[in-house]
Design a protein around this ligand. Sequence first.
Ligand SMILES: *Cc1c(COP(=O)(O)O)cnc(C)c1O
Length: 434
Amino acid sequence: MPEPLAPRDLLALDRQHVWHPYGPMPGTATPLLVESASGVRLRLAEPAEGQDELVDGMSSWWSAVHGYNHPVLNDAARGQLERMSHVMFGGLTHEPGVRLAKRLVDITPEPLQHVFLADSGSVSVEVAVKMCLQYWRSVGKPAKQRLLTWRGGYHGDTWQPMSVCDPEGGMHELWQGVLPRQIFADTPPAGFDAPPDEAYAAHLRELIGRHADELAAVIVEPVVQGAGGMSFHSPGYLRVLREACDAHGVLLVLDEIATGFGRTGALFAAEHADIAPDVMCVGKALTGGYLTLAATLCTTAVAEGISRGELPVLAHGPTFMGNPLAAAVADASIGLLLSQDWAREVRRIESGLTEALAPAGELPGVRDVRVLGAIGVVQLDHPVDLAAATRAALREGVWLRPFRDLIYTMPPYITGDDDVARIGAAVCAAAREG
Ligand SMILES: *Cc1c(COP(=O)(O)O)cnc(C)c1O
């Protein structure tokens, strides 16, 4: 074992050498040093705002649905580690990869039959886009190369995903003229329960019809737009997209990377609309937050179309494709989810958050408070003061990571009622001081 480094030295090295998400180099803000995590608690190497343990309100970017250090997932990882942590997927296969693929086919909408195991959410979106473009090329319509999405979305940080992220807010302005130019519909009207707006539905139909000749696919996040703004919309718009895509010969890609595995109250958000996409991406909670893994699923029609082309293969194959360690943990994580009444836990968190966030609605500077499934959001009428909001949450003993004008939580499903209340109080405190 190497000599342990003192927290002060670690943080100095971190600042000097290590990029953090969307961070400057050298670093300017000091991250909290986490020593270990268990259940819903993060243990800090040094106290912050007097706390050496924090209730996790983020599920590590929505992935750790079962909490940390879970015995079932630990066993799966350990068991697989003793067999092999990785072998290449080209020319070789293994039980964890096959089991996971079969499991994903079984639990996702019925027409999705084929699985590409990718190494992160962004890569799974790249693969989804490649599938769609290659499909149209193979069936003799190579002009169908563009994508349509609605504003307010987020699909990852690599190239194709960036081109369908919300165009307002940095990435697009910086990369104008470099990113592929996609077609944007307006942001969907807000509200999961709001009756679908007919004028907006007509707008979607009109755009898809007008661009059908050049459109390979429509790609959206179903029901919840996550990192693009934590907003909820009516499942009715997904039915509109499904019908318009069918009518005009356009593929429909649903990015369920944030919404999959129960977060919105349905196992997959497409179920709220009772539709099936042609291509679907899952990631984030796939391994219960243990390891990086994502998957792109497609229908037999898409797979067969690709196979009919002049290049009859899907030309993609990451080095760590199908990583057995990640696949074994993912299979165990899905098994663990399905072995319990997860929907009841999500509903319990939904009512806990609804109650705990209600006081935020009375605060000055708060524009909106919304809850869906195990997602609670307070939207301010100004950009959040990240440092002040984080400090306010830390004082309540809770870890939150607000962004833009949003203070939100996506707690692990195992979060008990008292901790849900505590997270809610921290969100309110952050909204007051941020
Ligand atoms: C997080 C996210 C991605 C990107 O996944 P990474 O694993 O971060 O590459 C893509 N789409 C959605 C909807 C996401 O929430």
